[in-house]
Design a protein around this ligand. Sequence first.
Ligand code: 3H9
Length: 705
Amino acid sequence: MSVLYRTVDQVAVITLDLAPVNSLGLALRKAIRDAYESATADENIKAIVINSSQKVFCAGADITEFGTEQSFADPSLPSLCDLIEASAKPVVAAINGMALGGGLELALAADYRVAKTGAKLGLPEVNLGIIPGAGGTQRLPRLANVNVALDMITSGVPINTDKAVEAGLLDKVYGVETDEEFETVAIEYASTLADLNAPVLSCENLEVAADSYSDDTFSAYKAKIAKKTAGYYAPNRCVDSVEAATQLPLKEGLQREAEIFQDCADTPQARAQQHLFFAERAAGVIPGVDRKVPLRDIKKVAVIGAGTMGGGIAMNFANAGIPVTLLEIKKEFLDNGLAKVRQNYEISAKRGRLTEAQVEERMALFTGTTSYADLADVDLVIEAVFENLDVKKEVFTELDKVCKPGCILASNTSTLDVNEIAEATSRPEDVLGLHFFSPANVMKLLEVIRADKTADDALMTTLKLAKTIKKVPVVVGVCYGFVGNRMVAPYSREAFRVILEGATPEQSDLALTNFGMAMGAVSMGDMAGIDIGCMAAEANRETWEDDKTYQALQFNLKDLGRLGQKTGRGVYIYEGRDKHNDPEVLELAKAIATENNIEQRDVSEQEIVDRAILMLANEGAKILDEGIAYRSGDIDLVYIYGYGFPAYRGGPMQYADELGLDEVVKRLKHYQQSLGEYGERWFKPAPLLERLAAEGKPFKDFQKM
Ligand code: 3H9
């Protein structure tokens, strides 16, 4: 049973009891309806309480049902809400924890709402590419006001009980300790309401407060959120649906909401965003590893290297209240590193994100040292020194000598062989990679590199720790560049190659930013440093020597001392943050093209997108086939959280799935032929891609375990 039903002093208590989050699938909806009908039919019952036996009140509609017949089957969530709203007996929703999406909509249909301190109320549907579809856009503006509704529905961010009371969404908040106590007071509250003949309330009789909107409220709101929501479809539709609440009676407004909900639900964006929701949760499941393996205790962390990366990594731990020791080889470097960390915190304080007291609290968690001996009692060390295998191996040999048994030894390498690094120690089972992305205190992605001998408990401990420091961890295997940087090589190769073929750097960048990337590959190269890109290319010397056009533009720029943003000139010319095209670079590209018999022509935006983005998916297919990533969703997370891929497209693998893998193969083969020798060399579809396309399957169904 997914619902518990009992009566206490003439109050029917309907307890949602479906672990883990009371998602409102068909079975739970039926059980609620049946319990509710028993309560309304029983003459002895004077009031009804709906509460939860779980940590959360209710996480809303069952997302796994979306796109199936079950999601519409009777009773649908909207009809269940309507049923509850029509009750002749007072219904009290007792919200003990998160009330999200359909969970909050169920509560909004009740006559009264009470909450336990710490509960949260939210309508996060927009994060799934849809709008609230069970009355949220109609009842919320009626019960609160237009502004509260627009903010909650378009941002998806839940509000706390204080804000909910202020908005008129909660009738009472109880500062009780346990859910049992909360249930008792909620039943008492419902009983009193009935005894006082408190009115049953229906939003049908409520109008949206007329002073909470005017003629231009909705267009102005769309303009306000335009920058933040660029590329996303659902946010504006949320606004449209709330607007309908101001124009139509409840019943018709609900009908309008249902139409808009369906319109959004049918989009690739909705599928993409829902794919990411599940991908994030699946990423914690590692093949062959027991999810419940006892974890190691991480109370104290050390970071080797106090440069920009090391300092940024260390800040993550201080931000989470974990003491962190920063080690540098020279006192001067250490002092600089600590000063930089302080400067970062001071900037946050100036922007109002931290108080001065918080800055001091965080700084107090830092200890600086130049001696490895001071790392004897830490539980995790992250090495963030120069990207050179010999240097890293020396560090690990040193760590092996001083660190206590069971200490996890991690390398922040972005490309190197973690197996080799592990072999520099006598305890390879404690060694893994933790690849942070720059700026390390901001970027959410953490590639967790599982080496051949990494122990399961070390791996799972770092996954848990990653959540503590608010990162999205993705476990990957060992190969050059792991998932992110390995895939970025062919992507960026195409974004630069089209410049030799006649596109301007701006056209290359614009095609990708129009597609939704946070930044074009050319600008990204300038930002990271042209010399850094060349270094990565040199590591692939074989490829580079074989194809004279491979990164030719970058190597030429490097020789000219144009190293990117940091030298004021790279592909672009920089004046502060502004950048301009440079005719010299176009000339240089033309010269390289002539030298290599590349015909310059108009390159369409579609071609640029196809070549760069499909290269990501093609390399991703190889990575999947080799078992370097466990699932296509893992690769998508890497690109969403580490490389500015638009979440509304769900990541490069989901994008390919949505396009259809047969279409992807077709397009790759087209370029394989049309680009001559170059096409033949680089555009051959990966074997897994061809195989899945032939079988009519998407990447997301493939799992190499
Ligand atoms: C909606 O309501 C539409 C309506 O307006 C209209 C309909 C017509 N469905 O996150 P966790 C699973 S749309 C199915 O790890 P936490 C989750 O996959 C919905 N499954 O726990 C995971 O499974 P597994 C709007 C769901 O404690 C397990 O539960 N609501 C759902 O860190 C535990 O989840 C939302 O968008 C669901 N709705 O966080 C809320 N929710 O163990 C989505 C969770 O197999 N949910 N699961 O990996 C959340 O934000 C978080 O789960 C929550 C708990 C904060 C509730």
